[in-house]
Structure formats: C-alpha cells, structure tokens
Design a protein around this ligand. Structure first.
Ligand SMILES: Cc1cc2nc3c(=O)[nH]c(=O)nc-3n(C[C@H](O)[C@H](O)[C@H](O)COP(=O)(O)O)c2cc1C
Length: 205
C-alpha cells in the first residue's frame, strides 16, 4: 500500500444497515456541501459491500496489505489513501458503533508498522499527511451520554491510524428513518462540520 500525500477529496462511509437512514441522510448533506466547495466525494454504505471482519492472521505484517481477504476492502484501500478527508457515520447500536464500522476500523490494521519483539513501539503509515476525520454518531435518545462509546471508538482508533480529528458530531433524538433531515439545528451543525472539513483538506490559496 502506498501512502503518498492525499488529495483534497473525501470518502464518506455510512455504517448504517438501514438504507436511507439518518447516517445516509447526514452524509448526503455533507456530500452536497463539499461539492459546493469543489471537493469530490465518494460515498460507500459499508453494509452494501463485502467487508469481512479482521481475523488477526497477521499476514499483513509481511505483505503490507490485507492478504487474508480479497473482498471490497481491496478497492477501498486506495480510496482511503488518496482521500485527505474521511467521514465515518455510525448509528449507535448498544452504546457503540455498528459491526460494519468496527470491521472497517479493524481492517485498517495493515497501515500499522510494528517493531519486533512485540509488544513494542509501533507507528501508522497514514500519519503526518494532514488526513482529517469527521466522526459522526447518531442515536435515538436525546442525551449524548446515551451514545456512550460510539464516537470515541471511531475517534480514538482513527487517530492512532494517523488521522487528525477535524471536529465530531453527536446527533441525538433520531429514531425514525431520515428524520435528521427535518431537524434544522442538526442540519446546521452538519453543514458547519462539513465546512470545517472542507477548510481542513483544501490547500491554502
Ligand atoms: C440494535 C440497535 C441498538 C440500538 N442501541 C441504541 C442505543 O444504545 N442508544 C440509542 O440512543 N439508540 C440506540 N438505537 C437507535 C438507533 O441509534 C437510531 O434509531 C438511529 O437513528 C438508527 O440509524 P438508522 O436511521 O441508520 O437506522 C439502537 C438501534 C438498534 C437497531
């Protein structure tokens, strides 16, 4: 896997099993805002691709990429590498991210370089390249505390993979499909977060 300087474009990943649900609605708005800033986006619903969970086989230690599975992550790795922006949106399922989001995060394991013997120091090949993450959690209950680990799981794991956290969004009080679209306060926060991401991945004039 090459990890050259990324381009000002964004990969938007929805971790929701429900098509047209609140994360999908949120990402559609972010795609519109970024496109108005001439930033190309690719949106992927993690439930719609073949995404096997990491098995810890450690084959990637020698090969530098995932050699255990030839699934849709094979095509997603180059997209991850060329996009300076990553938006990861998960509904809260039992206080945390969906299994699809967790599988995606675990499949970033090939980007780590470990020193032997283990445990010992390690580093991430995506680090220091200005990569920006916008993690988004969406839950039914009104209190952000009901979301519990949803955002920290994405934020902390992606930070160690090499992303800077541009900002984070906890969108609460959304149960029915796509209701976030009618929540003007949430939509304003989504727009502001998308603008922050755009600013962070756009090279200075
Ligand atoms: C299995 C499951 C577990 C859930 N756990 C929580 C939870 O712990 N806290 C919460 O506030 N909402 C929880 N919810 C509600 C979802 O987070 C909420 O409905 C969200 O908007 C769903 O996103 P979607 O529109 O993409 O389906 C849960 C929903 C499901 C299906």
């Amino acid at each position: 896997m090459t990890t050259a300087t990324p381009e000002p474009r964004a990969l938007l990943l929805s971790g929701s099993p429900r098509s047209g649900g609140n994360p999908d609605t949120t990402l559609a708005r972010i795609a519109t805002v970024l496109s108005e800033r001439d930033i190309p986006t690719t949106t992927v619903r993690l439930c719609d691709i073949e995404l096997n969970p990491c098995t810890g086989c450690e084959l990637c230690r020698a090969s530098g990429t995932c050699s255990r599975f030839d699934d849709d992550m094979t095509a997603l790795y180059p997209e991850i590498e060329r996009c300076a922006g990553l938006v990861l949106a998960s509904p809260t399922y039992n206080y945390t991210v969906t299994p699809q989001v967790k599988s995606f995060i675990d499949r970033l394991y090939p980007y780590f370089e470990f020193t032997e013997p283990r445990p010992g120091p390690y580093k991430a090949r995506l680090a220091g390249q200005g990569r920006q993450l916008l993690p988004i959690g969406i839950c039914e209950q009104n209190e952000a505390s009901e979301m519990r680990y949803t955002i920290p799981v994405m934020r902390d794991a992606l930070e160690v993979v090499g992303y800077e956290i541009v900002t984070e969004l906890a969108l609460t009080g959304h149960f029915y499909r796509g209701t976030v679209a009618a929540d003007q306060t949430a939509m304003a926060r989504i727009q502001a977060a998308a603008e922050e991401l755009a600013d962070a991945i756009t090279p200075p004039a």
